[in-house]
Design a protein around this ligand. Structure first.
Ligand SMILES: [Fe+2]
Ligand SMILES: [Fe+2]
Length: 220
């Protein structure tokens, strides 16, 4: 049973299929995961009861894994394999496609000028961030450090997640909500589809760290 008083992060943790509904309605469950479901729905002009019904029916067709009770090292392995590795694999091709679109279509008013450099900046910041998680924070959590000793690195990682969230919003704005214009070529369309996937995966990734891994490492 989903309670509208719960936060988006709590609902996303206990009902993983809800992330699909949140993405559909543009409700920020990762960096904004502390907002209450009813308040977030109201400020987006949505009926909370309807959103809850959607989550419940989504949950019957797709049941992604719940991570709030599994061992933290397993969750870390999942984050690395499902999010860190694919990010490193996908970003270079997206940057290359953005460069090509800007080079070929730069004169069109609909061209997303500046997209390639924004993606390069996002890629560099993500690489540094993931290195810190992989070489410092995650090994500390795997080694059983909890509470105080991981407090500071977690705070830094959460601040950086806010920066990634801000970059994602700029990305969506620059790429007109990832809806390609009628004149868009195949590369342009593939680029926007790839960016939309990058956005949803990065939001799920940040959600699992901010709302599941980090609170558990701080409280256990
Ligand atoms: Fe991460
Ligand atoms: Fe992270």
């Amino acid at each position: 049973m989903i309670d509208a008083n719960q936060t988006l992060g709590q609902v996303a943790t206990a009902h993983p299929a809800s992330t699909l509904v949140f993405l559909r309605h543009r409700l920020d469950f990762c960096c904004g995961g502390g907002q209450r479901l009813d308040e977030a729905c109201r400020s987006a002009g949505l009926d909370p009861a309807r959103v809850i019904r959607e989550i419940e029916s989504e949950g019957t067709t797709r049941t992604p894994e719940r991570w709030d009770a599994k061992p933290l090292p397993d969750l870390i392995d999942f984050i690395l394999g499902r999010y860190h590795e694919p990010l490193r694999a996908d970003l270079p091709a997206l940057i290359e496609a953005a460069r090509r679109v800007e080079r070929v279509h730069g004169k069109k008013p609909s061209c997303p000028t500046g997209l390639a450099s924004l993606l390069e900046q996002l890629a560099a910041e993500l690489e540094q961030h993931m290195m810190k998680e992989e070489h410092a924070l995650f090994p500390a959590i795997r080694a059983g450090r909890r509470g105080g000793p991981v407090h500071m690195p977690i705070r830094v990682m959460m601040q950086e997640h806010d920066d990634h969230g801000a970059n994602l919003r700029r990305l969506r704005e620059l790429a007109t909500g990832f809806a390609p214009p009628v004149e868009a070529c195949a590369t342009w369309r593939a680029l926007y589809a790839g960016l939309e996937k990058l956005e949803s995966e990065l939001m799920e990734h940040i959600h699992l760290e901010n709302n599941v891994l980090f609170p558990r490492a701080l409280n256990a």
